[in-house]
Design a protein around this ligand. Structure first.
Ligand code: SF4
Length: 544
């Protein structure tokens, strides 16, 4: 293998672990699995930016490559710098354990972390983990260019690093203002592409409309507040509609069939979205998903309905209670949302609503309101759509609070109580085996245990809804749905049993019980006895 200047690695969420019980952790993003194998889109822009300036940069997605002999790979690797992504906090454990593993193989590699989570905890991570050499805070393209040219951490902006027994925090540099200079589709820079089994990068890909957001949803690490405080970006920068269209055409040529355009084009203003939608009507691709940050009016939905390929809209009211939704950062009424659902139905445009379990001020009344709103959306849909796939309300269990979000920085203000308060808490918390132990906060009204229970209850509610509103009218389709629904219900039941058993018994004893399943002395010690053994089989996520 040729020498690499920089190898960018997306770590698996859990690296070299014996056992995890991921439960519903990836409920809303099932394609990425419980290893969260989709890497941040910034990996491509960084790698392409450096590649175009003459450096050999590759991307390695270790969430995908279970079969790779890592010891052999890193022993043979010749690279100056290894950049490990620590953007989403779910990778806190995987990123650190991977860095340690690589450094033990070759102490000469310079290991750098980057991304939202490592930016928020830069000082603590450098202080705690001596096998990590540096952390890039904020956006990384030009910082890494500087580093690769100088081959020294000194005076490279945005870097936090160890110098002797001191920690140095270099000042931030201005961000790239013209995002059209960046590329987000150069998938050729991904290593071992032929070994990738998931759909990500094969026929599904995301492209951004902007960097930054104008909104301040309290739990979001990509909010206006977070971009200002962590990334030094005071207002969003938008990519031109022409550049986005270029990306879409390029992705089509690369065999990508489903594209998510993330961020709502309307936040860039009328001229922008009009131009983008006009250009989209000239394309012929398979399917595109567009986000709505607030309900769309008839004019907008009408333009979407005129696009020649399948467009799905998504909207995230999070709560069905305006009392909860407004302070959370989504300031629109239920009636505006229902009107949007109705217009989408009339014009035959798919709309997927997302709700969230575990918001700060949530209580029993707001949970009832959320269910009622979700059911009302389903009722409206049945008037217009008869196909099973078109009814797809989603309830996402929050589980981990984004470090760097307003809710993380000011928890009491928004109804949260942090259990994970610093990076070590995230790292150690995610070292526990089960998803319910990863819930990183409590709320004003619910303990961690209550939140876990609510999350499973809400997922069960969605299955009930699907049963009532989303089954095919054909007998065959109906039976198929019943099988799927029964299986999903059984999964939820298993998550509950394993979580409860782990509350009463440590993992080693449970493992012992599992291994000696025919030992009659052990079974009576378990609260759920044989049911636990079945649940264990179904809930287990990974044996490395
Ligand atoms: S969740 Fe809210 S703050 Fe975050 S990107 Fe979406 S609209 Fe912006």
């Amino acid at each position: 293998m040729d020498k690499i200047d920089l190898l960018l690695i997306h770590p698996p969420a859990f690296f070299k672990r014996d056992i995890i019980f991921p439960g519903p952790i990836a409920e809303t993003v099932q394609e990425v699995t419980d290893q969260f194998l989709a890497f941040p889109i910034g990996f491509i822009s960084i790698a392409d930016f450096l590649y175009k300036r003459g450096f050999n940069v590759k991307i390695l997605n270790l969430g995908e490559l279970k079969s790779l002999d890592l010891f052999k790979f890193f022993s043979n690797l010749k690279a100056d710098y290894i950049g490990i992504g620590l953007h989403w906090c779910i990778h806190s454990k995987g990123a650190i354990d991977l860095a340690k593993f690589i450094k033990e193989i070759n102490p000469n590699f310079k290991i750098i972390l980057g991304g939202l989570t490592s930016t928020r905890f830069h000082y603590e991570i450098i202080k705690e983990f001596d096998f990590i050499d540096g952390i890039i805070r904020g956006e990384a393209e030009e910082v890494l260019l500087d580093l690769l040219k100088r081959k020294s951490f000194e005076d490279v902006p945005n870097l936090t690093y160890r110098s002797g027994d001191k920690i140095k925090v270099n000042p931030m540099r201005p961000n790239i203002s013209n995002l059209d200079d960046l590329n987000f589709t150069n998938l050729d820079l991904i290593m071992f592409k032929d070994k990738i089994k998931s759909s990500i990068g094969k026929w599904v890909w995301n492209i951004p409309i902007s960097r930054g957001c104008v909104y301040n949803c309290k739990h979001c690490g990509g909010s206006s507040y977070s971009y200002k405080s962590l990334f030094n970006r005071n207002k969003p920068a938008f990519r031109s509609p022409e550049k986005i269209i270029e990306d879409i055409i390029d992705l089509k040529e690369r065999g990508i069939k489903r594209i998510l355009l993330f961020q709502d084009p309307r936040i860039a203003g009328r001229n922008y979205w009009e131009k983008l939608l006009k250009l989209l009507t000239k394309l012929n691709i398979d399917s595109l998903t567009l986000e709505l940050f607030y309900p769309a009016n008839e004019e907008y939905i009408d333009l979407i309905s005129k696009i020649n390929f399948e467009v799905t809209l998504t909207i995230s009211p999070e709560s069905g209670s305006e009392r909860i939704r407004f302070p959370h950062g989504r300031v629109y009424s239920n009636s505006a949302l229902l009107k949007c659902v109705e217009i989408c139905g009339e014009k035959g445009v798919k709309l997927t609503p997302f709700f969230m379990t575990g918001l700060g001020e949530e209580d029993e009344e707001s949970r009832r309101e959320t269910r009622a709103l979700c059911e009302e959306i389903c009722r409206i849909n049945t008037k217009y759509l008869k196909i099973r796939e078109w009814f797809n309300p989603v309830f996402g269990p929050m589980i981990l609070l984004d470090p760097g979000s307003l809710a993380f920085d000011y928890p009491e203000l928004y109804g949260y109580k942090l259990i994970f308060k610093n990076f070590k808490d995230y790292y150690e918390g995610l070292s526990l085996p089960s998803w319910h132990q990863w819930i990183s906060y409590e709320t004003k009204n619910y303990s961690r245990r209550d939140l876990a229970k609510n999350m499973l209850e809400d997922l069960e509610f969605v299955l009930d809804l699907k049963e009532r509103y989303a089954t095919d009218s054909s007998v065959e389709g109906y039976l198929l749905d019943q099988e799927y629904l029964n299986l999903e219900r059984y999964n939820l039941y298993c998550y509950k049993i394993v979580a409860e058993e782990l509350e009463n018994c440590d993992l080693n004893s449970l493992m012992e019980a599992y291994k000696n399943r025919f030992n009659e002395k052990i079974l009576p010690k378990l609260k759920y006895g044989e049911k636990f053994l079945e649940a264990f089989d179904r809930s287990i996520g990974l044996i490395a």
